[in-house]
Design a binder for this molecule. Structure first.
Ligand code: SAH
Ligand code: F3S
Length: 477
């Protein structure tokens, strides 16, 4: 696994903290597991609860409310959260007033069943119900259990200004779509986050401008499938066909949104995640090429290199079509970095399918990768219709082969930067040394270099002198 992924994993489940608001007396301990979208949702929740008198704390012992934003993507993610809930329960012995709430995907998946399974839980709230938190919190304060897991056709939290948690003051997330309509057979997201809807471009631009005015230098536009973004006045993506002619004619797709944002905040770096091969249009690549401030990096999950397996996964594209998209990226944006998500040992995967995955990786030579053994999720089409028949041993062996190859390719990509000068946005101290800065280049590679008087948030030209498989080492010029 790339070390970037490991860093992300370490960020999981830390208390998220923001500036204290004067006059707020109640204490919220909030932590987030899973994807960046969850982290951004936690920021939305912190914002909603700050208006109810809550400040964030990192001390469970004196919190009034603990909220854990949960992830259901793999079984292991859910197990981690179950263990964490036991720990909260222990804290109750010294802090009997502590109320415990679960939010996010696991809350949505298990609904009220969660209250039965984990007796210590007071509150269950799904991803589209956070606006109801003031009511729900009042209910639990009155000693009742509270549940709201209703999924919405409209909710985008477009007007809620998120409170940035554990922020470096340099980079921030902006959610642009919620939910997913793709129904990949292995994936629980369509069930936990509901149907796909896009957020009003005006509220996206306003949030970007607000971040710029507060000194932020980089934004990441977030969605389960950003390329599928489509604004035509609000509502579900699947209802676009029913929209009026005027609404259709003035619709904003992802390429257009990227351009609008790039023009609105020309001094900021713009990133986005996640792209979906079947929905990524060539216009997006042209927009990326056209604007210097759109970062040259695409996270383009493929999941498998075998067309047969892709079909079983309901991925809507073949190996050949994916390779064609990669060719287009290389042609239109020659310096673009590309990363993957890969699932190994999906139902019916043969050794030949696995070899197809390895050969696809050889073809692309991904800069980074996030690789997982298939984990069957209840309720998904794969769980209902396909047999999880690849033995764990085999999944693990194939996974380690994939990780090994990815490390080789990661190193190869990093080596291409040695002796080059790259622009780096400083994010903070390097983990290993206070005397070094850590930042990223446009391709999202981590760059570490000695401090020579710069500040966090500065753009610096760095001459790369060496590298590991995940980090560039250099000197400011
Ligand atoms: N489009 C989403 C995907 C979310 S899930 C996005 O914004 O990234 C992230 C990754 O987890 C997927 O790309 C897939 O590689 C992996 N994943 C999803 N379901 C899985 C499962 N059941 N078992 C193993 N890995 C899974
Ligand atoms: Fe999941 Fe596929 Fe959507 S991986 S989030 S169903 S694009």
């Amino acid at each position: 696994m790339s070390s970037e992924h490991i860093i992300e994993e370490k960020k999981q489940g830390q208390a998220l903290i923001t500036d204290q608001i004067q006059g707020n007396t109640k204490k919220l301990f909030i932590e987030s597991y899973g994807c960046q979208m969850n982290l951004n949702d936690s920021e939305i929740v912190a914002s909603i609860l700050s208006k109810e008198g809550y400040n964030t704390t990192h001390m469970l012992e004196d919190a009034d409310l603990v909220l854990v934003n949960t992830c259901s993507i793999r079984e292991k993610a859910e197990q981690t959260i179950r263990k964490r809930l036991q720990q909260y329960n222990h804290v109750r012995k010294i802090n009997p007033n502590l109320k415990i709430g679960v939010m996010g995907c696991m809350a949505e998946r298990l609904k009220a069943k969660f209250l039965e399974e984990e007796k210590m839980i007071d509150l269950v709230v799904g991803p589209d119900a956070y606006r109801d938190l003031p009511n729900l919190v009042q209910q639990i304060d009155e000693g009742r259990e509270a549940v709201n897991v209703i999924l919405s056709k409209e909710e985008t939290y477009g007007d809620v200004s998120p409170i940035r948690l554990n922020s470096n003051g340099v980079s921030a997330f902006i959610s642009i779509t919620r939910g997913c309509d793709n129904m990949c057979t292995f994936c629980v997201v369509p069930f936990t986050r509901g149907r796909e809807r896009s957020r009003d471009p005006k509220s996206i631009v306003d949030e970007a401008l607000d971040l710029a005015s507060k000194g932020y230098k980089e934004i990441t536009l977030l969605g389960q499938n950003v390329d599928s973004y489509l604004w035509f006045g609000g509502g579900l993506k699947k209802d676009f066909d029913k929209a009026s002619d005027i609404a259709k004619a003035s619709a904003v797709d992802f390429a257009k949104l990227l351009e609008i944002v790039a023009l609105a905040v020309p001094e900021m770096r713009i990133r986005f995640a996640t792209s979906n091969p079947q929905d990524m249009k060539v216009e997006v690549l042209h927009t990326m090429a056209k604007f210097d401030n759109i970062c040259k990096y695409i996270h383009l999950p493929v999941q498998s290199g075998s067309s047969r397996i892709l079909k079983r996964m309901n991925r809507q594209h073949t190996r050949e079509e994916y390779m064609e998209l990669i060719d287009n990226v290389r042609k239109i944006i020659p310096n673009c970095a590309i990363s993957q998500d890969m699932i190994t040992g999906f139902c019916g995967e043969t050794e030949e399918d696995h070899q197809d995955t390895l050969s696809l990786m050889e073809y692309v030579k991904y800069d980074f990768g996030f690789m997982f053994a298939y984990s069957e999720r209840p309720g998904t089409l794969a769980a209902k219709k396909l047999e999880d028949d690849v033995p764990m041993e085999t999944k693990k062996r194939r996974l380690s082969e994939i990780i090994h190859l990815q490390q080789k390719h990661g190193l190869y990509r990093m080596e291409q930067f040695v002796d080059q000068t790259v622009e780096v946005l400083i994010e903070g101290n390097s983990k290993k040394s206070e005397a070094h800065w850590m930042g990223r280049n446009t391709q999202n590679a981590v760059v570490v270099f000695p401090k020579t008087g710069q500040n966090i948030g500065d753009f610096v030209q760095v001459k790369v002198t060496g590298c590991t498989s995940a980090t560039l080492i250099g000197e400011a010029v």
